[in-house]
Design a protein around this ligand. Sequence first.
Ligand code: HEC
Ligand code: HEC
Length: 209
Amino acid sequence: MRFLFTLLFAAVSLHAVSGLAADDPARGKELYASCVACHGDSAQGNPALKAPRLNQLAPVYIVAQLQNFQAGIRGGEGDSDSARQMAAIAATLADEQAMYDTAAYIATLESAPAAPTVEGDVVQGRGYYQQFCAACHGPAAEGNPALHSPRLAGADDWYLLAQLNAFRSGARGTHPQDRTGKQMRAMAGVLPDDQALAAVVAYIGSLPQ
Ligand code: HEC
Ligand code: HEC
């Protein structure tokens, strides 16, 4: 009982310290109007614009990425054109509350996962995934908020491949303040070659959404 109280107290004070109001998906819907052109009205993504599906992601991960884009930790000097484009948009969000509200709205949206575009050896990919990825992203690629690891199941395969290549080339995860990106950059480096990348992405695509 005492333990429960301590937990409750910790949760309440954390919220007070953050100074944020409860998430407001209705306000998030208004803010999301500036995202629709690229990510789509259901946040289903648009490969022609290299804008990924977002509605499968945990709000906490969306907010963390928006913060990184806004701070130039992601999408800064040396990053891909698509990441830099997204950084410019993130700069227009007024504050952290706006990010939480937008993420809360995105969480209410639904769409079917996109059809696969990356071909790879699913059996080989399963081996790589279980050995090198599952510890952080979860056995079913469901993600693990405690480790800041995003859900990968249901993500666009072309986007997963592009991000793995960005981590490997240093276009993502090299900013000195990007602690989580640095971790992931090290992991992207353990995959031996392009064939292994395609295999692991094809395997993730084969998992239930
Ligand atoms: C001009 C097109 C464009 C607009 C408008 C746009 N985005 Fe993006 N967004 C992108 C692109 C392109 C990427 C992929 C960046 C990369 O390749 O690293 C992206 C990536 C993201 C990511 C990272 C997803 C992940 O899995 O890491 C989030 C979160 C995101 N956008 C949220 C938003 C929100 C919220 C808005 C509206 C406030 C928005 N975007 C508006 C183009 C856009
Ligand atoms: C040590 C924990 C850890 C391991 C192991 C790990 N990851 Fe990650 N991964 C992360 C974290 C943390 C992030 C978020 C990075 C950030 O905040 O920008 C991430 C991000 C990603 C992203 C970007 C997703 C997006 O929506 O932007 C992809 C793709 C990815 N991981 C794939 C993999 C694959 C494939 C493996 C196995 C080869 C793997 N990860 C192993 C921790 C890990």
